[in-house]
Design a protein around this ligand. Structure first.
Ligand code: FEO
Length: 168
């Protein structure tokens, strides 16, 4: 059985992952509305990934006999001025999520909840990958600096990314 404190912290993380999904879908729609279909597809894949992260935690709470508690999902932003601004916000958002995951690990340690600590290691590793991945896109956006040929190439490349469900 999971402690109330750990359960509450995990439920908060489900909310944070679902908010991430909502935010990335909002970004995807921004790109779709501007015919940047590769960027839109990339953010849509990101949104699917965040939903799968939330569900992974949801399933874990249930597996440990915890209670699912839903909260309000914050309204995501929807007004941006440029593609580069969005990519920058994704990078900042992922850094924030890494902080949340680290806080969860701290709670698991404090609660001596070794099972949850092991479970969370998947998220620790995932954040390293997510930050590296968006960091690469951000660096390339800086190189492109709004150049239309560069944006076109980037849009083509990002459109190739597909969603793969996380491995258990
Ligand atoms: Fe679920 Fe992008 O972190």
């Amino acid at each position: 059985m999971i402690s109330d404190k750990m359960c509450k912290a995990l439920n908060n993380q489900v909310n944070a992952e679902l908010f991430s999904s909502y935010l990335y879908l909002s970004m995807s729609s921004w790109f779709s509305e501007r015919s940047l279909s590769g960027f839109a597809s990339w953010m849509r894949v990101q949104a699917q990934e965040e939903l799968s992260h939330g569900m992974k935690i949801y399933d874990y709470i249930l597996e440990r006999g915890g209670k699912i508690e839903f909260g309000t999902i914050e309204q995501p932003e929807s007004k941006w001025q440029a593609a580069a601004e969005i990519v920058e916000e994704v990078a900042k958002h992922e850094a924030k999520v890494t902080g949340l995951v680290n806080d969860l690990v701290d709670v698991a340690f404090a609660q001596k909840d070794h099972a949850t600590n092991i479970f969370l290691q998947w998220f620790v590793a995932e954040q390293v990958e997510e930050e590296a991945s968006v960091g690469e896109v951000l660096e390339r956006m800086k190189m492109i600096d709004g150049d239309s040929a560069g944006m076109f190439a980037m849009d083509m490349e990002l459109g190739k990314r597909v969603f793969t469900a996380p491995v258990e």
